[in-house]
Design a protein around this ligand. Structure first.
Ligand code: MF3
Ligand code: CO
Ligand code: CO
Length: 288
């Protein structure tokens, strides 16, 4: 990868997009794998009766035991070490003792690890006990949407190609893409330029170049795209109280395509089988 210290390009709003070099990619790989293995570790703990506060404690302990700091703790005042968003919660759910997971729930856990100043940001859906078919379908579609977006990542491709691909999967199944939150550039900074829209037009938007690092994190709602924030100032829920799902990977543009920094080491990619061949350049996938 031909990037130099201080290399950057400008996004459409004039913000600097840092181009990371091979040393940075190695560091992002480490941070990404700590976050992904933390999500793997949670799998056996996400069962009916567990509180989201208990899951948060497991995340906090796991990260610190693996040389990482939880990026969300104290971030703009966020009080916990991860975000946990069940059912109709879209994102940024605050772990709490009185939020208890029940049989049939779906839930997103979003973990961001900081290792040596570098961020690793990833989230995944989990099934709590026996989950009904419609909720499982939403989870599968959301995973497909994320992977369809990632399959568009390569030098010369444009961010509109990525956004169109994620939204096309949502629409194909009658779901809607949340527009109030977007993916983001990431590196030494948690949320950096560019914005990664989960909708768009092919052939539009920023051109991808080697060294760009960002997240792909589509949120799909069963009903309308509208969301509402609770009085805690963080928790976002669907306006119509329909179910919402999200997956998130942190990726880097390489000279030949894409590197996914946050692939699950255990192979726990998605808790339901992929729905369709909605992506072509995806890496090895398996259900668990
Ligand atoms: N990890 C989230 C993301 O994917 C951000 C959470 S910020 C918090 O970008 F403050 F809500 F924790
Ligand atoms: Co993110
Ligand atoms: Co995240």
């Amino acid at each position: 990868m031909k990037t130099y210290p201080g290399d950057y390009v400008l996004d459409p709003t004039g913000r600097r997009v840092v181009l990371q070099d091979a040393t940075a990619f190695a560091a992002l790989r480490v941070a990404g794998q700590v976050a992904a293995s933390c999500l793997d570790h949670l799998t056996s703990f996400i069962v009916p009766g567990v509180s989201t506060a208990a899951i948060d404690r497991i995340v906090d302990t796991y990260l610190r035991d693996h040389g990482a700091i939880p990026a969300t703790l104290g971030y703009h005042g966020f009080p916990k070490s991860c975000c946990i968003s069940p059912n109709h919660v879209v994102n940024h759910g605050i772990p709490a003792e009185d939020v208890v997971l029940h049989d049939g729930d779906i839930v997103n856990v979003d973990v961001t690890a900081i290792v040596d100043g570098w961020h690793g940001d990833t989230s995944r859906m989990y099934l709590v006990g026996d989950v009904a078919a419609p909720a499982r379908h939403l989870v599968g579609a959301t995973y497909d949407a994320m992977m369809a977006g990632i399959a568009q990542v390569a030098p010369g491709q444009q961010l509109g190609d990525l956004g169109h691909a994620t939204d096309a999967v949502a629409r194909r199944y009658g779901y809607s893409s949340v527009r109030d939150y977007v993916g983001h550039g990431i590196g030494r900074v948690f949320h950096d330029a560019p914005d990664i829209f989960h909708w768009g037009k092919p052939g539009r938007g920023m051109k991808l170049v080697p060294g760009m690092v960002f997240t792909v994190e589509p949120m799909l709602n069963q009903g309308g795209p509208g969301i509402r924030q609770l009085a805690d100032g963080w928790t976002n829920i669907t306006r119509d109280l329909s179910l919402s799902a999200q997956f998130e990977h942190m990726v880097g543009v390489t000279s030949s395509g894409v590197e996914i920094f946050t692939l699950s080491p255990a192979g726990f990619h998605c808790p339901v089988p992929p729905l369709a061949d909605s992506f072509s350049a995806a890496p090895a996938l398996s259900a668990f």
